[in-house]
Design a protein around this ligand. Sequence first.
Ligand code: GDP
Ligand code: ZN
Length: 311
Amino acid sequence: MNKNCTGLIIKSQSGFFTVHCEQERIECRLRGQLNHKQLDTDLATIGDKVIIDVFEDGTGIIKEVCERNRVLSRRLPSNSYENKPRYKNHEIQQVLIANVDQAIFVFSCQDPTPNFRMLDRFLVIAAANDIPAIICANKIDLIGAQKAVSGFELYNDIGYHVVYTSTLNKQGVQDLKNLLPGKVSVLAGPSGVGKSTLLNTINPNLGLRVNEISQSNRKGRHTTVYPQLIPIDDKGWVADTPGLRALDFFDIEPEELDAYFVEIAPLVAGCAFSNCTHTHEPSCAVVSALIKGQISESRYNSLLQMRKQIL
Ligand code: GDP
Ligand code: ZN
């Protein structure tokens, strides 16, 4: 007899989906009808809640994909649209993960030094997708807790939760672990900052491959191949997704960018011009806050740079 159940897609690989359902993992395909339905986003992806039929041989078929609350998506990294005007959004959206509860952006305090431009870009993407963001500053053993805190202080000041960790001496790892139960979290950050090591420390059964960064290639190797959700003590899931670095400004127009800078957004209403670019205009509340030191130069520069990138 066929069994009917609701589960969570935890892995997607060439048309096959691994569905976690009542503590079991069932290999599923999409029902033909679903496959042919014309939708502008991916039909099913990791994080999707699905209703499946399980056959006697233990495999299953996805009958229905439940409505998503939020998604993390990116523009497709395709050569086909290079040098062409920006495509209409729906043609190039690729949903990376459905139903994301939070994003954890991992940077290391040193080796490699934190790339705050990239962090600001990630924070904008999270805000634009309505995904709460947490920052993890790893490798604090390399510079000491005090320096680490002052390095990321700015983000704490503007309201982000910053967790300081070291996988070497396990400092802060429990704090990070405490944020995960009952949630689907996305872990993103540049290569070599310690994402795999952190996951292995949180869940020693995982045995994820750790990048040994050679001096000649500081970027390290990319080890994640297929998108998947990694279980954390059966209580939460962490997405380990290839291509997160390529996250782009899907669906963000230059003039709405300032809305995703949490500390800049409330100032914009005070600008004299409603289409203020916060550069040369008179009576700009953002520039005046910058001059008074109320917002940081680094964040302001990130805003201008991102604007240029998506114009
Ligand atoms: P990923 O590319 O972000 O997954 O980074 P990895 O987990 O592969 O780690 C890259 C390198 O950083 C490895 O050599 C790790 O041993 C090292 N590493 C990870 N966490 C820490 C840490 O907290 N302190 C120090 N000193 N090194 C770390
Ligand atoms: Zn302005």
